[in-house]
Design a protein around this ligand. Structure first.
Ligand code: GLN
Length: 306
């Protein structure tokens, strides 16, 4: 069985490599345009300690929108369920991740925490003296990697060019959804997006989520089980932006993507998967990563409704 998983993972990687040509690296954040388009990797980690890896599973990239899951966790931990969900909803949008279309429909309350507007709100909800410091500590803990760091170049690149996110933050401020000052909240948001991780780090994070928040190595509870339930449910419904429905049909695992090329996918029974491939489809999701996950899901029966 172990060999089967490794072999199927290698087949999945080859499948993913075949579709890279269909994608493009993100360029709207200038620094991201420098990504190596040939990169592709995957790591599967299980609570029993077993691990399978293929390709560029250990190459660091910026987590981008995957940060939205950690920001939601921190908002829930520090300002609670009622406050957080008075500011942001739980409904999928069917729109682009940086859309402003539906904001006005709900008194400017963003539809969900997995789109940019929603994550700018959860960043504002982090009730801590040093929100980014808390964020980094949480990411390091859940990814099992104390060396995780900010990529200064990507952070400055996005901060300099992030006019759309800036617009969203000012709109939210004008309608009193943001408590903090837009530039302060945006600074936290841009930093969070620019934290580096690897597919292996993401597999560890997903393994902890799948294990209901408990670190299987130490038995320590790292996350409240209710928070895990909320985050994974929202990942299932909204984690792949306006491709969330199609992705759920094809792969069937709570997942979150980022324009840096990462996807974190929460398997069942203590299994976590991380993929990395910066070639993106039109929705901003990794083409190679999606192909790998679909292949694994089909061949190994990972779909939660299979
Ligand atoms: N930092 C990116 C942005 O705000 C994150 C978007 C993404 O990964 N989809 O535009």
């Amino acid at each position: 069985m172990e060999q089967d998983v490794q072999q199927i993972l290698e087949e999945a990687l080859a499948e993913g490599q075949n579709v890279l040509i269909e994608g493009k690296v993100a360029s709207y954040i200038p620094e991201l345009a420098k990504a190596d388009s040939s990169n592709l990797g995957c790591c599967i980690m299980n609570a029993d300690g077993s691990m399978y890896k293929a390709g560029d599973y250990n190459i660091p990239f910026t987590m981008q929108s995957i940060a939205k899951t950690f920001s939601l966790i921190l908002a829930l931990q520090t300002s609670g369920y009622d406050h957080t969900f008075s500011k942001v909803g739980m409904e999928p949008t069917g729109d682009r991740f940086d859309s402003i279309l539906q904001l006005e429909l709900k008194d400017w309350r963003p539809f969900n925490p997995m789109i940019n507007a929603g994550a700018i709100v959860t960043a504002d909800c982090i009730a801590a003296a040093d929100p980014f410091g808390e964020f980094l500590t949480l990411v390091r803990k859940l990814c099992g990697n104390p060396k995780i760091q900010l990529n200064e170049k990507v952070y400055h690149s996005e901060k300099r060019t992030g006019t759309r996110n800036r617009s969203i933050a000012y709109l939210l401020k004008s309608d009193h959804v943001l408590d903090g000052e837009p530039e302060d909240v945006l600074d936290v948001y841009f930093r969070m997006c620019s934290v580096m991780c690897t597919a292996k780090d993401l597999a560890h994070y997903a393994m902890i989520l799948s294990n209901k928040g408990v670190d299987p190595k130490t038995g320590e509870r790292l996350l409240d089980a209710d928070i895990v339930r909320i985050v994974t449910t929202l990942m299932m419904l909204c984690g792949m932006y306006d491709e969330s429905g199609e992705y759920a049909v094809k792969v069937g695992l709570p997942s979150k993507s980022g324009v840096g090329g990462g996807i974190v996918a929460v398997g069942q029974n203590g299994m976590g998967i991380g993929t990395f491939g910066p070639m993106l489809n039109k929705k901003g999701n990794s083409v190679g990563g999606e192909r790998i996950l679909q292949y694994l899901s089909e061949r190994l029966g990972y779909h939660i409704f299979a």
